[in-house]
Design a protein around this ligand. Structure first.
Ligand code: ATP
Ligand code: SF4
Ligand code: MG
Length: 341
C-alpha cells in the first residue's frame, strides 16, 4: 500500500461574493505534494494560483470568500477551515509561506530578529533568549552575512534579496513540513533569483520539506519542479511530472505557454508567440472548455461540453477533448516557430 501524500487537495472550490456577482476563482482543483518534492503551479494572472494556496493556509477572508466543497488533507487531517490540527497551528508551524513582496508580510516596526523569533515563542514555546539565538542561526542558514548584527536591524535596512532570505528564515523557523512560495523571486534580478532558488533547494535537501512553488516563469519550473500543475481559469488543465509537462505537453494551453517562453537555444531568430485573447470571465465561466475562445485546436464539441480530465499515462493528466478516444486530432508543438521557418 502506498502512503498517503503529505498534502492531498481534492475538488477544491473557492469563490468570492462581490458587488458585480460571484467570482468563481477556483473550480474543482486537485493536487498533492510529498515530502522532498517540489510542485510548481503555473498559469497566467488571475487563474487562481494564489487563491488555491491561500485557502489551504486559511488566508482567504470569509466573507467575501467562500471555501468549499473540497478537502485539503495534511497527513490525512482536514485543514480546510481548521487552523489547529493535533494541537498545532497549521499556519506557520506545519506550513510556512513566503510571498512575492516581503514588505507586505514583514512588520516595519520590529527588528528582523524579533520577527523570526516570534513564531518560535508562539508555536514552540521558546524563551526570548533561545528564540533570539535560533533566529540568528536561521539567518545564517539562509546565508545572511553578519547575521547577529543583521538580526538587530529593521526591514528598511535590508535589500530586496536579503528581505526575501529573511522571509524564508521566518517561514522555515518552525521546521514546516511544507513551504509554500508564491512568486518568491519575481521581484528580484536574475542573479539574486538564482541564489534564492538555490537556497530553497538546499533547505529542502537538509530538511526534507515539500515545496509548492507558484511562478509565471517556466525557466524556474524547469529548474526546480518535480511535478507541475498548469492552471487556467480556476481549473487544473494539465498535471504531471516536469518532463511530461515540458516535453510531452498534452494541453493546448501548456503548448501556448511554452511558445510564449524564450528557450535556452542560442537562436537570435527565435520568435515568441503570445497567446491571443484573454481568459474567460470568472463571474460566468463557460459551460464548455474555458480555453475554447483561444484554442487553435478548438472543435465545436469543446464549446458546449466541459472537458474531462484524461489520464494519459502514469500521473500525467490533461483536461482536453483532444484525448478522447473518438478524437483523431493531435496537439503538437506548433506554436514554437522561428523566423527561419
Ligand atoms: N478578495 C477577493 N475578492 C474578489 N475576488 C478575488 C479576491 N481575491 C482573488 N480574487 C479573484 O480570484 C481570481 C484568482 O485570483 P488569484 O490571486 O488566485 O490569481 P493568480 O493566479 O494568483 O494571479 P497572479 O499571477 O496575478 O498572482 C481572480 O479573478 C481574482 O480577481
Ligand atoms: S477541449 Fe477543445 S478547446 Fe479546450 S483545450 Fe482541448 S481542444 Fe482546445
Ligand atoms: Mg497570485
Amino acid at each position: 500500500m502506498t502512503a498517503a501524500p503529505l498534502l492531498q487537495v481534492e475538488d477544491l472550490h473557492v469563490e468570492f461574493a462581490t458587488h458585480g456577482g460571484t467570482v468563481r476563482a477556483v473550480r474543482g482543483v486537485d493536487f498533492s505534494v510529498d515530502s522532498n518534492r517540489t510542485l510548481a503551479i503555473v498559469g497566467e494572472s488571475g487563474c487562481g494560483k494564489s487563491v488555491s494556496v491561500q485557502s489551504i493556509m486559511g488566508l482567504i477572508p470569509v466573507p467575501p470568500g467562500r471555501i468549499g466543497p473540497g478537502s485539503a488533507l495534511l497527513r490525512g487531517q482536514e485543514i480546510l477551515g481548521n487552523n489547529v490540527v493535533n494541537g498545532r497551528d497549521v499556519r506557520g508551524s506545519e506550513i510556512g509561506m513566503i510571498f512575492q513582496d516581503p514588505m507586505t508580510s514583514l512588520n516595519p516596526t520590529m527588528t528582523i530578529g524579533a520577527q523570526i523569533a516570534e513564531p518560535l515563542q508562539v508555536h514552540r514555546g521558546y524563551g526570548a533568549g533561545r528564540a533570539r539565538e535560533e533566529a540568528i542561526r536561521l539567518l545564517e542558514s539562509c546565508r545572511i552575512p553578519e547575521a547577529r548584527k543583521r538580526a538587530g536591524q529593521y526591514p528598511f535596512e535590508f535589500s530586496g534579496g536579503m528581505l526575501q532570505r529573511a522571509m524564508i528564515a521566518m517561514a522555515i523557523s518552525c521546521k514546516p513540513a511544507l513551504l509554500i512560495a508564491d512568486e518568491p523571486t519575481t521581484a528580484l534580478d536574475v542573479t539574486i533569483q538564482s541564489q534564492i532558488l538555490d537556497l530553497m533547494r538546499d533547505l529542502q535537501r537538509e530538511t526534507g520539506m515539500a515545496i509548492i512553488l507558484i511562478t509565471h516563469d517556466l525557466g524556474v519550473v524547469a529548474r526546480m519542479a518535480d511535478e507541475v500543475l498548469v492552471m487556467y481559469a480556476g481549473e487544473v488543465v494539465e498535471k504531471g511530472g516536469v518532463d511530461d509537462v515540458f516535453y510531452r505537453s498534452a494541453h493546448p494551453y501548456t503548448l501556448g505557454l511554452k511558445a510564449a517562453m524564450p528557450s535556452n537555444r542560442d537562436d537570435s531568430a527565435q520568435v515568441l508567440t503570445p497567446i491571443d485573447g484573454s481568459p474567460p470571465d470568472l463571474f460566468a465561466p463557460p459551460g464548455g472548455c474555458g480555453y475554447f475562445a483561444r484554442c487553435p485546436y478548438a472543435m465545436q464539441a469543446c464549446e458546449d461540453n466541459h472537458p474531462e480530465s484524461f489520464d494519459l499515462h502514469a500521473d500525467h493528466f490533461a483536461r482536453c477533448w483532444l484525448h478522447h478516444e473518438d478524437c483523431d486530432v493531435e496537439a503538437t508543438d506548433v506554436h514554437r516557430t522561428t523566423a527561419s521557418e
